[in-house]
Ligand binder design. Structure first.
Ligand code: SAH
Length: 463
């Protein structure tokens, strides 16, 4: 196919970035904004040998799963990818994606998958679920201060304060900040010229505690007239922390390393289940706490703890799963590569009075094998774990790690994943090395996007 050629295509699947996928004479087309079930007219924009990118011109026959986007700028924004697909169809698509990867990459038979796979866990209200938002601040061509989001793959700000994934209070906060900047002639940062003061606004909200944090990211070390801004912001119920972060670098990284308090505390507190977390502007924290509670609750169920177990939580981040497990285990060891996350994990263990957790900084694929070798040298016996939980990033686990896990012979392995393709690859390895897949349950942590998380349980065959 050639550039600018027009074609008619029926969409059958969704790509990683939310684009519709359809086939014409064996040739694969990726069509932005088209959804499963649509028949569309599209124009080829980028032809390759076996596939092409195309732009939708018009919908010829609309999918029965098509719904109007809740957000007026859903198509321009890079944040949501599948708002025009009904939520039910989104969940179906995600469950099928997991199933398909386990079958194709994992080599599990459909008859078997039908016995272990549980229905996907969705949200009752799939909007307004994010507890964190980072809004860029800029200036429009008339010199007005604007905020919104970057148009997909650009740094051009599309004005919009009404993101339907974020909490509604964001709008009120942004309006106060924009008005304050306008009235006090505070400049917005201009990326190209590397001039101007306010770069971003970070807002975090504790769903359980209703505490609010506002952090302005500045290209400078102070905010003129800040008392006027604080005076307005503190009137918002729940306001707990007002800070700014200094970032003078010419970089895509949003936050600077230094944080200064303008008013209140330097952190907010929130809960997942009964576990308390202190969250500072730089802390990692799961963005959908309601679904995180379900996903990690599932991991805890799968672990089947009685209080006697030794458990490892690999890729533990700020220790969310570790602390969940520690409520019911004898001892939990957490391993994480980012030192600051481990500082948070240790602090969170402390504020919850949990003494049966220990954290290690390092790569899981190095820390666990070294621990295993060292244990054998010291004690003459093999290190043992009752349960091992892993929650790796998208690339999954390295084989050296899977190998050590198998050697430690845990009765159960709980694998939590954000990428079902690498999950399938790793499950295949574990199932070829003494484990049996018992349960698989997808959880929708990010409605309106193509992401899907999965909790799985494996059991040692001879246990
Ligand atoms: N369960 C965690 C989040 C897991 S996300 C929580 O709730 O906080 C995956 C984590 O793996 C991230 O924190 C990332 O920093 C960490 N990570 C990435 N590569 C790693 C590696 N090789 N070894 C250990 N941790 C790693």
């Amino acid at each position: 196919m050639k550039k600018n050629e027009k074609i008619i295509v029926t969409i059958e699947d969704i790509g990683v970035n939310g684009e519709g996928i359809g086939k014409v004479e064996g040739y694969t087309l990726f069509v932005k904004d088209a959804i499963i079930g649509d028949t569309v007219e599209a124009v080829i924009t980028k032809p390759k040998k076996n596939y092409a990118y195309a732009k939708m011109i018009k919908i010829i026959e609309s999918s029965k799963h098509r719904v109007p986007a809740k957000c007026a700028v859903a198509r321009q924004c890079g944040g949501c990818q599948i708002q025009e697909l009904s939520y039910e169809a989104q969940l179906n698509f995600k469950a099928r994606k997991v199933y398909g990867n386990l079958e194709r990459i994992g080599g599990f038979a459909p008859e078997f998958l039908d016995t272990v796979m549980e229905p996907i866990c969705g949200m009752d209200e799939p909007f307004y679920y994010r507890n964190k938002a980072q809004f860029p601040i800029g200036t429009d061509k008339n010199g007005n201060i604007v905020t919104g989001f970057y148009a997909g793959r650009t740094h051009q700000i599309i004005p919009n304060m009404e993101c339907t994934l974020g909490v509604p209070i964001n709008q009120e906060i942004l309006k106060i900040i924009v008005d304050f900047m306008q009235e006090n002639h505070i400049t917005a940062y201009d990326e190209e010229a590397q001039r101007g003061l306010v770069r971003h606004v970070l807002i975090r909200y504790g769903f359980k505690t209703k505490e609010i944090m506002v952090c302005l990211v500045l290209n400078g070390d102070n905010l003129p007239h800040s008392e006027k801004l604080v005076d307005k912001l503190v009137r918002i119920e729940g306001m707990t922390s007002i800070t700014y972060s200094i970032n003078r670098e010419n970089t895509n990284v949003i936050m600077g390393k230094e944080i200064r308090v303008l008013w209140g505390q330097s952190y907010i507190t929130d809960y997942i289940g009964d576990v308390k977390y202190q969250i500072s502007p730089l802390s990692f924290y799961q963005v959908n706490p309601a679904q995180t509670e379900k996903l990690y609750g599932l991991a805890l169920d799968y672990a089947q703890l009685t209080g006697e177990e030794t458990v490892w939580d690999l890729y533990c981040g700020i220790g969310t799963i570790s602390l969940f497990l520690a409520q019911k285990a004898k001892k939990v060891y957490g391993v994480e590569i980012v030192p600051q996350a481990i500082d948070d994990a240790r602090n969170n263990a402390k504020i919850n009075g949990m003494k049966n957790v220990e954290f290690f900084v390092g790569k899981a694929e190095e820390v666990l094998p070294e621990y295993y070798a060292e244990y054998e040298r010291k004690h003459g016996t093999k290190a043992y774990a009752d349960v091992i939980v892993v929650d790796p990033p998208r690339k999954g686990c390295e084989e050296t790690l899977l190998d050590t896990m198998v050697k430690m012979q845990p009765k159960r392995i709980v694998y939590v994943s954000c990428d079902s393709a690498t999950l399938a690859r790793d499950l295949k390895y574990l199932c070829e090395n003494g484990y049996e897949l018992k349960k698989v349950k997808p959880v929708d942590q990010f409605p309106m996007t193509t992401h899907v998380e999965v909790a799985t349980l494996l059991q040692r065959m001879d246990s």
